[in-house]
Write a protein that binds this ligand. Structure first.
Ligand code: SF4
Length: 266
């Protein structure tokens, strides 16, 4: 159960989905997009639950990420990935078992503190379309049907906490056009947060301390400016470091360079 994931696309070496070059998976379907989209949303094609989309099992998804995420940096964005959180939790858990250095980010328009307290529920009515209901039936472990409504419990607070055990960062909050951070219209300037209300929630620290631990975009960018970033994984390292955060990233980077040369990409 909860073994199906639906994606609209996958981008390799994305530079706008978190630190470094990341494997970015765009999930299919956004309730908010269908009902009341965020103004200025840059990803309209992900809203509808109707096709086209690519369906993968958890194992297929793990296999693809393990093969393609050369520097172990992975991002789930949308659409609304939190709808598929139960399957994503399984994927993230398996990836960490294969290699604990996988760094996994998930974007959601919902606030993490609210999700941790109340979980996520949704009442479907026919005007939202059968595809949305059918997908939510795959993602939600409990629902009740009355006449023309279906009550979905998409996530319980415990489901959210389980997700946070395996996902490293959650970028939370809806995109707000009036708080836009970047000026380039497609955001292709190396930054990965759309608006200043969104936060970088550090999942492990939040679970350990029992309070929400996060950076605002301003705090994160200030750290980047005062330090530098690893050439391989893209994470912040002190200025006195070399170009990499350690031996592992050094080796991964140059192995990748060699592979790209063989493919004629460098
Ligand atoms: S910004 Fe995200 S949450 Fe908002 S409508 Fe677009 S895909 Fe949905």
């Amino acid at each position: 159960m909860y073994d199906i994931l639906r994606f609209i696309g996958v981008t390799k070496d994305a530079t706008t989905a978190g630190p470094g070059k990341r494997l970015e998976l765009f999930t299919k379907g956004c309730i908010r997009g269908v009902i009341s989209p965020c103004e200025g949303c840059f990803n309209e094609t992900t809203w509808a639950f109707e096709g086209p989309y690519r369906e993968m099992t958890v194992d297929e998804c793990v296999e693809m990420i393990d093969r393609d995420a050369w520097n172990r940096q992975v991002t789930f964005c949308g659409g609304e990935p939190i709808l598929q959180a139960k399957a994503i939790t399984k994927v993230a858990k398996k990836l960490k078992e294969i290699d604990p250095t996988f760094h996994i980010i998930l974007y959601t328009a919902y606030k993490v503190d609210t999700l941790m307290k109340y979980g996520l529920k949704f009442t479907w009515i026919p005007k939202y379309g059968d595809a949305m209901r059918n997908h939510l039936m795959d993602y939600s472990y409990a629902y009740s049907r009355e006449m023309h409504r279906t009550q979905f419990i998409i996530l319980t607070p415990n489901d959210v906490k389980e997700l946070m055990e395996y996902v490293d960062w959650i970028i939370d909050g809806d995109y707000q056009a009036d708080k836009r951070l970047t000026t380039h219209e497609t955001m292709h300037d190396g930054w990965f947060i759309g608006s200043s209300n969104q936060r970088i929630v550090l999942c492990k620290a939040t679970l350990e301390r029992g309070v929400l631990v996060y950076f605002t975009p301003h705090e994160y960018m200030t750290m980047v400016e005062k330090n530098k970033t690893c050439k391989c994984c893209g994470h912040i390292i002190p200025k006195y470091f070399g170009r990499f955060c350690g031996e592992r990233c050094y080796r991964r980077y140059y192995k990748r360079q060699e592979e790209m040369k063989l493919l004629g990409g460098v």
